[in-house]
Design a protein around this ligand. Structure first.
Ligand code: ACM
Length: 264
């Protein structure tokens, strides 16, 4: 069993110092966790006024204040963090999630499926990495990626036992798709959603952990800050049997799917 956690809070748009101040006690509350997941775009906020603000609030992962803050917290508490971040590289913005530990930033995922106004600011990512942390294997997807079952299946086929899912959800649709992804891929999902309002957007909270049976085993409120720790067994995700004669991964027929996927 390992202790995992989500942090549900409201990053402050365009005010990194206040965001960091708000996060400190929340991270302390889950200092016993091995793996902590934070919401999407935790360093910047979400609903940018314009392109200038989107660029102003972005940071490069190598030298960023927010990344360095998270690394310091990993040194202090000896956990791993997956956090959404507004990332800039070579003059381009990405809606990314970084994986950090006491040794630094050890991985990242760039959101592939961009939602609404995100298309005005961000370039989409091209990779679906899986990271072996020693105590579990994780994949990362961000918020609206929840509508694209292909991405979840690929991470499952690559051996991910836990999908970390930083989010800034503005509807409740993910609470229908996510249990289905967990069940159909038989892995765990940690969704860290944000709360609060930015302009015309209200974020929906209810950060959750889903087990490989598609059950919600832990869920936050709609609008409170919460730092919640829960124990899960990552290895249960390695068992894809749903009856004594059905391993849902061995029963797949990729050669049939390929005939159609190559043409659509
Ligand atoms: C979203 O992808 N932030 C809805």
């Amino acid at each position: 069993m390992i202790k995992v956690a989500y942090i549900q809070f409201a990053p402050v748009l365009n005010d990194l110092n206040s965001t960091i101040k708000n996060l400190e006690p929340l991270l302390e509350n889950v200092s016993n966790a091995k793996l902590v997941v934070l919401p999407e775009l935790s360093n910047s906020g979400y609903n940018f006024k314009n392109k200038k603000q989107a660029f102003h609030t972005a940071e490069s992962i190598e030298s960023g204040t927010f990344t360095n803050f998270l690394i310091e917290k990993c040194k202090q508490y000896n956990f791993h963090i997956v956090s959404g971040i507004n990332e800039i590289e070579d003059g381009k913005l990405f809606n990314s999630a970084i994986l950090v530990n006491s040794g630094g930033c050890i991985g990242k995922y760039r959101k592939i499926h961009l939602f609404m106004n995100e298309k005005k600011y961000f370039h989409h990512g091209n990779e679906l990495p899986v990271f072996d942390l020693g105590f579990c294997k994780i994949g990362i997807l961000i918020c609206f990626d929840h509508f694209f079952p292909e991405a979840w299946r690929i991470l499952a086929l690559k051996g991910a036992q836990i999908i970390c899912h930083p989010s800034n959800l503005v509807t409740n649709l993910a609470f229908k798709t996510l249990p289905a992804h967990a069940l159909m891929n038989k892995f765990n999902i940690i969704t860290a959603n944000r709360i609060g309002r930015e302009g015309d957007l209200t974020f929906t909270g209810k950060s959750s952990i889903f087990n490989p049976f598609g059950e919600v085993i832990c869920q936050a409120s709609i609008d409170n800050e919460e730092a919640t720790l829960f124990e899960i067994e990552p290895n249960t995700a390695d068992n894809k049997m749903i009856t004594p004669r059905n391993d849902i991964f061995k029963d797949r027929k990729p050669e049939i799917y390929a005939k159609y996927l190559n043409n659509v």
